[in-house]
Design a protein around this ligand. Structure first.
Ligand code: ZN
Length: 199
């Protein structure tokens, strides 16, 4: 049972009865939402209806959605059912892999960003070894207490983003310049920029 019909080639059932074209007996339709102004010419109250176009002969069949509470009022009955002719392909999972060079650059930037935060007294010294130990989850909790961490592995990049956002938040560096570098020069640029600010 569905809440509303999707406009795609499909077979449709209304309260368990298949929708059949009354001209050619075909059962594949393209259902469109149509709106009916029930208060015409008064206030605009619209009822949603459907117009299903038969994909064989083009004949239109109009129907409403008879979904509603069951006669005894204890249940809700969804009347419409739809099976798409061409169900959408499931999206392939996105697998992102970071090459070694990028990972090294991310870790190096992360380490520098943390050094800057320690230097300015924003976070404790204790975070520094966590980068080398790749304890990204602990790192993330220290940078942003209360942050939601899913069960997935946390990439160094995410920690770097958090560390940079702390730098931006506390205005430790020229924020405009930092944004410009992140946008245009990526890791090599961030690395040397941060390096210049470590005492
Ligand atoms: Zn037809």
């Amino acid at each position: 049972m569905v809440d509303e019909l999707i406009c795609d080639a499909s077979r449709v059932w209304i309260l368990g009865q298949p929708l059949i074209c009354r001209f050619c007996a075909n059962d594949v339709f393209l259902p469109y939402h149509t709106y009916k102004n029930v208060e015409k010419p008064g206030i605009d109250v619209f009822f949603v209806d459907y117009t299903a176009i038969c994909l064989k002969c083009g004949c239109a069949t109009q129907f409403g959605d008879p979904s509603g509470p069951s006669p005894d009022g204890t249940d809700y009955i969804w009347a419409l059912e739809q099976v798409l002719l061409n169900p959408p392909e499931p999206e392939p999972p996105i697998i992102r892999t970071v090459d070694d060079k990028t990972l090294r650059a991310q870790k190096s930037c992360l380490s520098l960003a943390l050094q800057l935060l320690v230097q300015e007294g924003i976070i404790e010294n204790a975070v520094l070894p966590l980068v080398e130990e790749e304890q990204n989850e602990n790192l993330l909790h220290l940078l942003e207490p209360g942050v939601y961490v899913s069960s997935e592995e946390i990439p160094a990049e995410k920690c770097l983003v958090m560390a940079l956002s702390q730098i931006v938040k506390h205005r430790l560096l020229d924020n405009d310049k930092l944004h410009f570098i992140i946008e245009h020069e990526s890791y090599p640029g961030i690395e040397s920029f941060l390096w210049n600010h470590i005492e």
